[in-house]
Design a protein around this ligand. Structure first.
Ligand code: SF4
Ligand code: SF4
Length: 252
């Protein structure tokens, strides 16, 4: 049967993602073969991914109307910052270093307390329950409703774009249906999966499987472990208790 317009569009996106994954996995494997698995190599690869998202300003996304439209995302629009955020170990280390570098001591202490408070009430809560009940991400600025860690934010946050604020409002604010399965899918565009999987494939080849972690639980693990990056690089799984709900197996 011939796919209709929406199915054809999703099929094209899936084919593009498969080609991008093959390319990025090869790139990451060469990268670690050359540099080894070090802090610099991990962050160098993350910065490549960050740049890819930074230059997406011209991209056009599937729109609710069925056509293509530019992203509707803007500073202060943060319905999406109520969802469970899945991260990987290298991203958490990068974000934690960014937070330490860009905040004074008091602000960092306050943030650690807020992250810990949110973690206490959400630990182990599955995505559906989480986005229905919240709370919002503790990194969301209280006065401007903007990400307070923008340059260090995870790939999942960078990759989530939408062509429709109303679509996001319906999906995330009204929380009437799960945006992953409702009609919102054609205009919510989550393409960070390509980079996460490329990173996972290349690190698995070096004996460091990557797991999907929940953002707040993972930050708490980093902040409560002495020399967390050094330990992780030496093979210690400091994130064993920070896995995202249902993510007991490594990313394949
Ligand atoms: S994904 Fe949706 S809620 Fe998030 S910034 Fe874009 S339009 Fe706003
Ligand atoms: S890290 Fe920033 S962009 Fe991501 S959910 Fe939190 S506030 Fe939003």
């Amino acid at each position: 049967m011939r796919p209709d317009g929406k199915e054809a569009l999703l099929q094209t996106l899936e084919e593009k993602k498969a080609a991008a994954l093959a390319f990025e996995a090869r790139f990451a494997q060469d990268h670690f073969a050359r540099l080894g698995v070090t802090r610099e190599a991990l962050y160098g690869l993350l910065q490549r991914y960050h740049q890819a998202f930074d230059t997406m300003g011209e991209v056009r996304l599937p729109a609710p109307s069925g056509g293509m439209a530019p992203p509707a995302c803007s500073k202060g629009c943060a319905f999406c910052c109520r969802a469970l955020i899945v991260v990987t170990a290298p991203e958490v280390f990068f974000l934690a270093e960014h937070l330490t570098r860009t905040r004074d001591e008091k602000s960092l202490v306050d943030l650690k307390r807020r992250v810990s408070d949110v973690d206490r009430v959400t630990r182990g809560e599955a995505g559906d329950a989480r986005w229905r009940r919240g709370p919002p991400c503790p990194l969301l600025g209280e006065s401007d409703n903007a990400c307070s860690a923008y340059a260090g934010r995870p790939l999942a946050c960078r990759g989530l774009l939408s062509s429709s604020v109303k679509g996001c409002m319906d999906a995330f604010a009204v929380r009437a249906s799960d945006p992953r399965f409702a009609g919102a899918r054609p205009f919510l565009f989550q393409n960070s999966e390509v980079f996460l999987r490329a990173l996972a494939i290349s690190l698995a080849a070096h004996g460091r499987p990557l797991y999907r972690l929940e953002l707040n639980a993972a930050l708490v693990a980093v902040w409560s472990t002495p020399d967390p990056l050094e330990k992780w690089l030496s093979g210690v799984d400091i994130f064993a208790n920070a896995r995202a709900p249902g993510a007991s197996a490594p990313i394949a």
